[in-house]
Design a protein around this ligand. Structure first.
Ligand code: MN3
Length: 201
């Protein structure tokens, strides 16, 4: 098995009351694990791809063999997205981005509040299942994008922060109140981690 489920660096109840323990447990051990398992199963059919990294597979998604293209998009994308998502969560006690990341947000959006509105709107208006992302695009400019399903955002730039708006990410606690989940998501963003992604190549 090439890929395995990354461990969380916090407990399942660490994000309470904003994201509940049950949601975190199911999301990590069932949904994320499922993407990992199905990605491994797909790649078993193509041992020639065993040396490619997940980034490389997703960047080359349209050139992959037809018999695994959809499976890698959905499950490789799922593994990639959830790894970034879980890693960037931490109760932040209302802290905001600082330093170079804050400067870049202000440069490209005007203000943190404008960025927050754009990100929240992208997350709210994603029809059905998908994600909203803050990315550093290929020109180095910060941008908010929204992706359907588990489609790989890496083709548009470097992902810095993503919110999962599949119902499995919030339904147990919030039911149809996606907007409330998005609002509370801002209380569990690890901005130091997001800053380190912005600073790295
Ligand atoms: Mn999910």
């Amino acid at each position: 098995m090439k890929y395995s489920l990354p461990e969380l660096h916090y407990t399942y109840d660490a994000l309470e009351p904003y994201i509940d323990r049950e949601t975190m447990l199911v999301h990590h051990t069932k949904h994320h694990q499922g993407y990992v398992n199905q990605l491994n199963a797909a790649l078993e059919k193509h041992p020639d791809l065993a040396f490619a990294s997940l980034d490389e597979l997703l960047l080359a998604i349209n050139r992959l063999p037809e018999d695994i293209k959809v499976a890698v998009r959905n499950n490789g994308g799922g593994h990639f997205n959830h790894t970034l998502f879980f890693e960037a969560l931490k109760p932040n006690e209302g802290s905001l981005p600082k330093g170079d990341l804050l400067k870049a947000i202000e440069r490209d959006f005007g203000s943190f509040a404008t960025f927050k509105d754009a990100f929240s709107e992208a997350a709210k208006t994603r029809f059905g299942s998908g994600w909203a992302w803050l990315i550093k695009n290929k020109s180095g400019v910060l941008e908010v994008v929204s992706m359907p399903n588990q489609d790989p955002v890496i083709n548009f730039g470097k992902p810095l922060l993503g919110i999962d708006v599949w119902e499995h990410a919030y339904y147990l606690k919030y039911q149809n109140r996606r907007a409330e989940y998005i609002d509370n998501f801002f209380k569990v963003i690890d901005w130091e981690l997001v800053s380190s992604r912005y600073a790295s190549k």
